[in-house]
Design a protein around this ligand. Sequence first.
Ligand SMILES: [Zn+2]
Length: 260
Amino acid sequence: MIARALAGVVISCAIAIAAWRAGALSRSGAAAAVAVGTAALAAGWSWGALLFVFFVSSTSLSRAQRELKLRRTESVVAKGGARDAMQVLANGGLFALAALTSLVAPAIPCMTIGIGALAAATADTWGTEVGTLSSRAPRLITTWRPVAAGTSGGVTVAGLLASAAGGTVVGVVAWLVHWPPNVAVAAAVGGFSGALADSLVGALWQTKRRCALCESLTERVVHSCGVVTQRIGGISWLDNDSVNVLSGLVGAVVALAVVR
Ligand SMILES: [Zn+2]
């Protein structure tokens, strides 16, 4: 285990530095990624492989057509570009905790919780990245009203299909690295459920703000035009990172239910 943890530090540093230099992670995001990667590899090579698949697929999808997506969402989303530590931990924190816990606790429940959370992060990221590229306007998951690209809770058919695919790919990789088949199935189901929960919570309770100058809805505290926006609804502390944490929890709980 010590040898794997040491290898984990080296491998995670190499990947995090490359991602930081490519602009995919901020400095703090790279540090958090090293912590998550080391925890995963300490738990086992299969944990590391799963994290690697999440990281590489999500980063590649984020970088595809990046200019177009930034242009479509910049007036709405609070954080674009390099992912910071809060974003990395919101997506990978529960997975890392489950990985470390598996060293001292029964493996199957830890694997199920970890992969459920990771599959939810994968499904959510794939859905967001593919959905933003969709030529159709997203619709709010609750009312089916068209909303601006980047709006939390907005979904497209392409995005939902991508979410289902993202969760399934994590499940297939789990099966390939010889995790139990029921855990692999739980990953696919938990992942898609977590992504749906992310959209639902985003639509219902996430902080909503409005720019008085542009008369547009946004998640940004300072709008792309430079004006400070006002909160007009949602729960004040419920930002995108907290919604991602909740989504991971839903993925883990649903995965546990599937395995039972
Ligand atoms: Zn504005």
